[in-house]
Design a protein around this ligand. Structure first.
Ligand code: HEC
Length: 195
């Protein structure tokens, strides 16, 4: 008690008591959940890659592309390596079997990630939602919000993704509306209680 009293005098924040609805919550370490992972930075590209890491953290790519993140429990050993939990892109309240996409593995693994993609292809996917195979629109991927990234920023993001340690992890196949989903999914939507 005495020690606590002393620390109150020295560091007032140390003795702040929380009351009300937050009383039962412990503060979480803010750097653990959605921090972009460190890349293998070397040579002259280090500054560009570090800028890419900063942007990826800022733009929240992790919140979808890291397994578990959609459920609030990100797998830190698989950061940006794709999600086994999908996201419905058609409305499950109207369709019993909605279409579902699984956020892709963005690490440079050749088979399961984007290791075979060129920088240009990565930039095009981020800014226009057109995948490598020329498929229009990556559903759910929030590319309209990334359309105005400058060339330098988009290139920094691509450079950062290409410098990540490759993680071998195949995400489940996308599901077309009407098909049965074999892996779990979430749905972003607006809900209203009846009463
Ligand atoms: C709201 C969730 C969400 C966020 C946030 C998000 N993405 Fe995606 N992204 C997806 C989904 C879902 C797909 C797969 C779409 C599909 O398969 O049609 C995808 C696909 C991609 C692809 C294509 C990869 C491939 O193999 O097809 C790239 C590249 C990509 N995202 C990069 C990013 C980057 C970089 C950011 C952050 C700037 C980001 N994404 C943020 C959901 C998201």
């Amino acid at each position: 008690m005495k020690i606590r009293y002393l620390s109150c005098l020295l560091i007032p924040a140390a003795c702040a008591t929380v009351s009300g609805p937050l009383a039962d919550f412990e503060p979480v370490e803010a750097t653990t959940v959605l921090d972009a992972p460190a890349a293998r930075t070397a040579g002259a590209d280090a500054g560009r890659i570090e800028h890419g890491r900063y942007l990826v953290g800022l733009l929240g790519c992790e919140s979808c592309h890291t397994d578990g993140a959609l459920l609030g429990t990100p797998r830190m050993d698989r950061q940006l390596a794709g999600s086994d939990v999908g996201i419905a892109f058609s409305n499950p309240l109207q369709q019993r079997r909605p279409g579902i996409v699984y956020p892709a593995n963005l690490t440079p693994d050749m088979k399961t990630g984007i290791g075979a993609w060129s920088e240009r292809e990565i930039i095009t996917a981020i800014r226009t939602g057109v995948g490598r195979d020329g498929r229009r629109h990556l559903p759910v991927m929030p590319w309209p919000g990334y359309q105005k990234l400058s060339d330098a920023d988009a290139a920094a993001i691509a450079a950062y993704l290409r410098a990540l340690p490759p993680v071998q992890h195949a995400v489940p196949e996308n599901v077309r509306p009407g098909e049965r989903a074999r892996a779990p999914y979430v749905h972003f939507g607006v809900y209203q209680s009846r009463r």
